[in-house]
Design a protein around this ligand. Sequence first.
Ligand code: PEP
Length: 257
Amino acid sequence: MRTPMIAGNWKMNHNLETGRAVATAVAQGAAELTAAKKVEVIIAPSFVSLSSLSSALKSSPDTVQLAAQNMHWAEKGAYTGDISPSMLLDVGCSYVILGHSERRHVFLESDELINRKVRSAIAHGLKPIVCIGETLDERESNWTEAKNIFQLRAALVGVSAQEMSQVVIAYEPVWAIGTGKTATPEQAQEVHALIRAELKALYNEQVAHATRILYGGSVKPDNIGELLAKNDIDGALVGGASLTADSFLALVAEAAK
Ligand code: PEP
């Protein structure tokens, strides 16, 4: 049985004060909502808020875990403006989002770079949430399958079957991120099943069965239920609807049903 996960990607939103208020309210609400059924609840704030949220959430470390939105692959060195895996561990992160489409498209991160980061995260004991997904052009040209398989394979080069227990995959069709256009549950399930089949081909049945695959792309309280009802959808990576405690907790409540 895969534990469902709801991960909120705050992107470049919230300051220290508003971030603390939302995270504290989420921790309080999530503790009640997940008392009967376990849901992993993750918040990914900006780098500069991680330390502050880590102390705000100290009393409930198992209820809400922290993720970074990105990281450098190197341990340390002359990489002006970047953040290392051990720095993230130092401020209390358990997870790190890697390969988000905004990193790929706005900051031109390559598949090779993302793979380096995935391997470095695992080596440091940080769990990567690896994002893949096709653009609208690719979907309309019938490249959805090829694109997702390519990005999945490229991200996981050199990752062993044993290490896969640390990895979460997020299918995020680029055309659905921040656009209000959610993939239908059937469209999402089709790609999730494809990803699971590819994990079986790359590794084995056990890895395919155990790996969590999240859906991301305009997930809201009113559409998450039908997405989570699908066999291969194990949770959601959420941008806009994670920014307020009310809407984020409504998503957690659905996952806890
Ligand atoms: C995201 O940033 O990963 C995302 C899915 O954003 P949104 O929920 O706003 O579409």
